[in-house]
Unconditional design. Structure first.
Length: 272
């Protein structure tokens, strides 16, 4: 089977060095296997998605010396998200949740390294059909249905999928047609991705994605979770923390090919 990887940025902020590293890892793993490296624009973040940033991303990747095949953006895939959500809903695996972030925080939910675990407050409630609501996955019911399943990571080997540490995750957001968990799982299957490469901060999300694959009868790729570039404070680079944009270095005349080679030499520690 041909190796197919992807880089899937959201045009809601500039790419930074962490994105560059992630793109290079995906690109090089595909190239080493004589495979395909895909670019997919994840542009369903409402008004925060800016088409001009997608063009900037392409210039950044070209500057780094990467070659890719571009696949349809998320905004063209809304029907597939709706169909999958309907299928899960009909199976009795989703429930409506009207909780706000403030309300959830007030419940003193169990904390996780990457957020909080929703305690299932809305699972047995009856809501007005006109009330804005997200759709959450009944994780216990989902795990009971799929039984013991596994996923394979390049570093961790064979891993038993158990998403219950997340609590009941959002599958369809109040304001968007799909959550990250649903969209990325469906998109990777549609694009024929065989090797999902991403930062180790998303390692535990794979438990959720593997269960969704089983519920929706999707093909199962392998995963390669890599280390993260950190800022001077020891935090991972992130758009929300204002990490310096890659485009600024490109526009300043820096050599993108040389930068890419420097990133390839990084030996990033893994903490997961």
């Amino acid at each position: 089977m041909q190796t197919v990887t992807r880089f899937a940025p959201s045009p809601n902020g500039h790419l930074h060095m962490g994105h560059a590293y992630a793109a290079i890892v995906a690109h090089d793993l595909a190239r080493a296997a004589d495979g395909r490296f895909l670019l997919r624009i994840e542009d369903i973040d409402g008004p925060r998605s800016r088409p001009e940033l997608a063009d900037e991303f392409r210039r950044d990747l070209e500057w780094l010396g990467l070659e890719w095949h571009e696949v349809p953006a998320q905004s063209t895939r809304l029907e597939s998200y709706a169909a999958a959500a309907d299928r899960l809903l009909e199976a009795g695996l989703l429930y409506r949740c009207t909780c706000t972030r403030k309300q959830i925080a007030a419940l003193e939910p169990r904390a996780r390294p990457d957020g909080i675990a929703y305690p299932g407050s809305c699972k047995d409630k009856v809501h007005s059909s006109g009330e804005p609501a997200a759709l959450r996955l009944d994780v216990d019911a989902a795990v009971a249905q799929v039984g013991e399943i596994v996923w394979t990571d390049a570093r961790a080997g064979s891993v038993i999928a158990d998403p219950r540490d997340f609590g009941d995750v959002v599958i369809v957001r109040k304001d968007l047609p799909a959550s990250y968990h649903l969209a990325v799982t469906l998109d990777d299957a549609a694009d024929g991705v065989t090797l999902v490469t991403r930062g180790e901060d998303l390692f535990t999300s794979t438990h959720v994605h593997r269960v969704l694959q089983e519920l929706l009868e999707l093909p199962v790729p392998h995963w390669h979770h890599h280390g993260l570039l950190l800022d001077k404070g020891g935090e991972k680079l992130a758009k929300r923390r204002g990490s310096p944009p890659l485009s600024a270095r490109r526009e300043a005349g820096e050599d993108g090919l040389m930068l890419a080679e420097q990133l390839r030499l990084q030996d990033l520690p893994l903490g997961t």
